[in-house]
Design a protein around this ligand. Structure first.
Ligand code: ADP
Ligand code: MG
Length: 324
């Protein structure tokens, strides 16, 4: 069995996707950390250039504006992310949906500057009519995508996870044997630390929220695994006594009601973990837990317990990823 990788622990960081990235890696002697930093930033810049809904020049924005009937050639990474997005959409019975762009904008969570408030019924119907992952048509083994008219992809719930995977793959290809990669809270770990053990990460329990007691902190072992958490509380607004979160229920076109405070998923890729965290948020703590159990998925929910507090539930597969 292979143990300690020779080298020392190095930390790198930067900005991407409106958030931060950080990498801890075991650097071989004489590693060029500046060059590594540049390669990581380049990989993440590629994801942004392809999938950012906040940059009009990105592939995803140009596709949105393409004339109806146009077949659109996808860059390789984009095609891979879309493939996974469609897979999760199908497997989650549409709870995850990469075509919600019009609804994300309508509710004020997009780049259009639309105020965050409950939209009118007509506008909601129009945005819903343009959405729906079954409208996606591809050819050439998924490398070409049809713009049927009005289709507006949103890969924001999966792109950060993909960024983690892409950086990890980049580091491996550069000969790095062990690293912990984080993009905006989604984290992947491969290889072993110098002490021979896998990376450990703390799963945030609840964000500082005075009204509820803290949940126990959970520590995961990430042995060639990734973890993603959905449900940050900055991306929501309240109106008439109700909170509207940035995760939309594709069945209604309305933000998920009573969204779990957080949903955490462990998977072999950060991309899958990220997408499933969103899918399970849409399903809700009760249905989501049952779904995850049936599929053998590693998932943890922190959700309202009905008496003003929070309750933590997790699948057996999640439990087995916890550090002893
Ligand atoms: P979280 O950390 O809460 O999962 P993400 O940034 O990963 O947040 O994903 C939230 C974003 O995903 C939203 O801002 C929106 O762009 C998009 N989104 C919202 N609802 C869905 C959904 N049901 N399926 C796929 N993407 C969604
Ligand atoms: Mg997500």
């Amino acid at each position: 069995m292979e143990h300690a990788s020779a080298g020392s622990l190095a930390s790198l960081g930067g900005e991407t996707m409106g958030t931060r990235w950080s990498v801890r890696l075991i650097a071989p002697p004489r590693a060029d950390l500046h060059a590594l930093h540049a390669r990581i930033q380049q990989a993440l810049d590629r994801v942004v250039a392809q999938m950012s809904t906040w940059d009009d020049a990105s592939d995803i924005c140009r596709f949105r504006n393409a004339p109806a009937g146009t077949w659109w050639k996808l860059p390789e990474e984009f095609a891979r992310v879309l493939e996974c997005a469609i897979e999760v959409a199908g497997a989650s019975d549409g709870a995850f949906d990469p075509t919600l762009g019009p609804l994300v904008d309508l509710w004020g969570f997009g780049s259009t500057g639309t105020p965050r408030r409950v939209p009118g019924a007509d506008a909601l119907e129009q945005a819903r009519a343009r959405s729906g992952w079954t409208r996606i048509q591809r050819r050439d083994a998924g490398r070409e995508l049809l713009q049927p008219g009005g289709l507006q992809l949103d890969l924001s719930a999966i792109a950060k996870g993909f960024g983690v995977d892409l950086v990890a793959a980049q580091l491996r290809s550069l000969g790095i044997r062990a690293a912990l990669v984080e993009v905006g809270g989604e984290i992947g770990g491969f290889g072993r630390k110098p002490d021979g053990d896998a990376w450990r990460v703390l799963v945030e329990a609840t964000m500082a929220d005075a009204a509820v007691p803290e949940m126990p902190a959970r520590v995961l072992r990430l042995d060639d695994r990734a973890v993603a958490t959905s449900g940050d509380r900055w991306h929501r607004f309240d109106q008439d006594g109700r909170w509207y979160a940035h995760t939309i229920d594709p069945r209604s076109g309305v933000p998920v009601e009573d969204a779990a405070a957080s949903v955490t998923v462990v998977a072999t890729s950060a991309m899958e973990a990220d997408a499933w965290a969103t899918a399970l948020t849409v399903m809700g703590a009760a249905a989501g837990l049952e779904f995850a159990r049936n599929r053998g998925m590693a998932a943890r929910f922190v959700a309202a317990d009905g008496t003003g507090g929070l309750r933590e539930t997790m699948t057996g597969a999640f439990q087995s990823q916890l550090a002893a």
